[in-house]
Ligand binder design. Sequence first.
Ligand code: BT5
Length: 322
Amino acid sequence: MTGGELPATRRVLLDALADGPVEGPAIATELDVSRAAVWKHIEALREAGFDVESGEGGYAVTGAPPYNGPGVAFGLDAPYAVEFHDRLDSTNDRARELATSGDGDVVVLAEEQTASRGRLDREWRSPAGGVWLSLAVRPDVPPAHAPAFTLAAAVAVTRACREAGVDARIKWPNDVLVPGPEARGGRKLCGILTEMSGEADRVSWLVVGIGLNANVDPDALPADAAATSLSTELGSDVDRRVLVQRVLEEFEALTTDPAAVMPAWREHAVTLGRHVRVETPGGVIEGEAVDVAFPGTLVVETEDGEVRVTAGDCEHLRPAGS
Ligand code: BT5
């Protein structure tokens, strides 16, 4: 089901019913489908967990949209199967399990995680209310291209958060934040952990883990991490179902058009033009971040010339030139 007629029809139906009530025949006309097809779509909505009331004026969707597997799959315009858990140790671990047994194009979601990880086995806090997801894919690319998937995920999350009304930006390599005076360059909304297995010339699977503080109380986040959430920034909860759909759709669009990833990343980055200090496995690099190069290398202009950094923890020191 890639970009076919079904997701679009289901979205139009949902939009109409959210403003409802609407009579069955009027829906049939608007969607240009039979009345029997309308009834099937309504049943599918109910099965996905939406509250659909049928009264005098017709059908209407009432209540909060369901954040569960069928809810996320309903109207999703990307070719991923959805697996939802109320609680998991780590969605990355579950996605790795699926990938190892041969599955691909599957997204694992959990309401809550009890042993989630950041990079270098750092702890990641995952209280209920967030978006904790891991996507297992099997792209036909060499392992060296894997960082481009992390960058694509950062762009996808940034776009989805901006659509929700939050000024999200990307900090190299794997953070989405709301820019601010904090030492880390802003308040962290999202972190991404990409893991992979492959042979010398080809990726076998990639698991892209996304932790996005959606409707999370700041008290539930680590106090020393300058963390924030979408609900904190907006003052109200976001619709996580739509948020996840938009992240997945943008991710799929970007990874099927790899040339689009770098320009989109540059457009939303806060790291470029900054004076940065990057801790890499090979030592500390300090200078001005001048560009990002495929598949995700940070280009830093140092006193000793240009240095290309493929991995590390990046601190924004001050705007270059100030
Ligand atoms: C990351 O690591 O930012 C990657 C986080 C990936 C989490 C996702 S959730 C779904 C999937 N399943 C998993 O088990 N993991 C992935 P890193 O750059 O190393 O940042 C980790 C640091 O962020 C920690 O040391 C804390 O300081 C801080 N932190 C922990 N939880 C946070 C949260 N919820 N929001 C913001 N910052 C947090």
